[in-house]
Write a protein that binds this ligand. Structure first.
Ligand SMILES: Cc1cc2nc3c(=O)[nH]c(=O)nc-3n(C[C@H](O)[C@H](O)[C@H](O)COP(=O)(O)O)c2cc1C
Length: 424
């Protein structure tokens, strides 16, 4: 199955980041059509009928999320989640740099659909330079009368703003993002109330991922049936897959959902240096490591991945060759989650700290079988006890590597225990 560039259309249309080129290729025509010809309900119905699901990780139906926003007057917001902090994820960055108008148009259509007059595009702090491409695109669109007051001669007003976080993984979680955006500490809040009811400044807010919204202009242009014809019945459309690690050609590959993993791997040139695939993590550091021999026939859509006991998440495939030590992988992910734990709840704050301590010993060759058992105990202290999913994410690599790669753990403790036997 070939690649299909919809949100990565810029790869086929040089200069698409410029307003003139974007407009020559149908750009902003769908925003104009929505605002001047369609009711907000009609826009939501088209997005619902397309089956578009959120690309931020959970695959939640986008049109349904929009329909949760209460009707009637009052300030509402669209917030674009451009935080993209998951290790191995770099798709939104490409959209931001090379196809910013498609995201802005999609977010503007979403705003019209839910009755919002402001869009905030929230990017993580490390994007301080690249996020300027949104500022340029917004200024261009505003100067051309495509954003701002009394759009297309109607009484609909819409402003789009950009905002930078300070560079924190947790600020990709939607409630922490909203806290950070309004100037508070970037820590998650309890749900309910959900953002659609009480989000930014306690007003109804839709938080959508960058890739999700970049699909919307094409859905309006070509129709819900066209979109449903791509991918699978329950996971329609394409997915931008980020492929990193031990492959010949790391990068983003946009494929119809339901494509087999082996085809994605082939697009990326296969495992590098002709080596064997030892493991793959399909959704960055927060996803379980799957042994290579179980990966090839996996179909890349939300249902198939869940049925296989895995997750599609943000589709960020970290590829690991036969030389990779999976205890080292679990240590590196534990270090990441310890660093990124926001500290609000103790199971996550303390648990991720202890995971790094014990994995540090195992990797240094000074760990014992008791340490492996201790990892299991710490997992139980974190599991189902955290305020938000970050704690759960931190367990994916430890749990999956212990279950699927026990030989790596045996090797890790072998040095000390063989030495102890010899001493004895
Ligand atoms: C710890 C954590 C980090 C997250 N990071 C991101 C992120 O970087 N980008 C993103 O779009 N969603 C992220 N999410 C998911 C968001 O909370 C939210 O579900 C998503 O932005 C909704 O957009 P969608 O419906 O378009 O998928 C994260 C969730 C958690 C729990």
């Amino acid at each position: 199955m070939p690649q299909l560039n919809l949100v990565l259309r810029h790869r086929d249309i040089p200069g698409l980041h410029e307003l003139a080129v974007y407009q020559t290729n149908g750009g902003y025509a769908q925003l104009r059509r929505a605002v001047t010809e369609l009711t907000p309900e009609a826009v939501i119905d088209i997005v619902k009928a397309s089956g578009l699901r959120g690309r931020g990780g959970a695959g939640f139906p986008t049109g349904l999320k929009w329909s949760f926003v209460p009707k009637g007057p009052g300030q509402k917001y669209i917030v674009v989640n451009n935080d993209e902090s998951e290790p191995g994820t770099f798709k939104d960055h490409e959209i931001m740099l090379r196809n910013p108008h498609q995201l802005i148009e999609g977010a503007a259509i979403a705003a019209y659909a839910v009755g919002a007059s402001a869009v905030y595009i929230y990017s993580r702090g490390e994007f301080w330079k690249s996020a300027q491409s949104f500022d340029r695109a917004i200024a261009e669109a505003r100067a051309a009368g495509l954003l701002g007051q009394r759009l297309f001669g109607t009484d609909y007003n819409l402003e789009v703003y950009t905002s930078l976080g300070a560079g924190a993984y947790i600020c990709g979680e939607e409630t922490a993002l909203l806290s950070s955006l309004q100037g508070d500490l970037g820590q998650p809040r309890l749900k309910p109330p959900f953002p659609a009811v009480a989000g930014l400044y306690a007003r109804p807010t839709v938080v959508n991922n960058t890739e999700t919204l970049a699909n919307v202009p094409l859905i309006l242009e070509r129709g819900a049936d066209w979109y449903k014809g791509i991918g699978t019945e329950k996971s329609p459309g394409t997915k931008v897959c980020c492929v990193s690690g031990h492959v010949e050609r790391p990068g983003n590959y946009e494929i119809p959902l339901g494509t087999p993993f082996k085809e994605l791997l082939a697009m990326a040139g296969g495992v590098w240096k002709g080596r064997r695939l030892k493991a793959m993590m399909p959704a960055g550091a927060s996803s379980p490591a799957t042994p290579g021999e179980q990966c090839m026939d996996l179909l890349l859509d939300w249902e198939s991945m869940a049925a296989a006991g895995s997750t599609l998440g943000s589709a960020s495939f970290i590829i690991m060759d036969e030389t990779t030590d999976m205890v080292w992988v679990a240590m590196k992910t534990s270090q990441f989650f310890k660093h990124e734990s926001c500290g609000k709840c103790s199971p996550c704050r303390e648990g991720t700290f202890w995971l790094t301590k014990v994995y540090g010993r195992l990797n240094a060759g000074s760990g014992t079988t008791e340490d492996v058992a201790l990892v299991g105990e710490i997992i139980e202290q974190i599991r189902d006890k955290c305020f938000c999913p970050l704690g759960e994410f931190a367990l994916s690599a430890p749990r999956s590597t212990m279950a699927k790669f026990p030989e790596d753990y045996r090797r890790a403790v072998g040095t000390v225990e063989n030495g102890a036997q010899q001493d004895g």
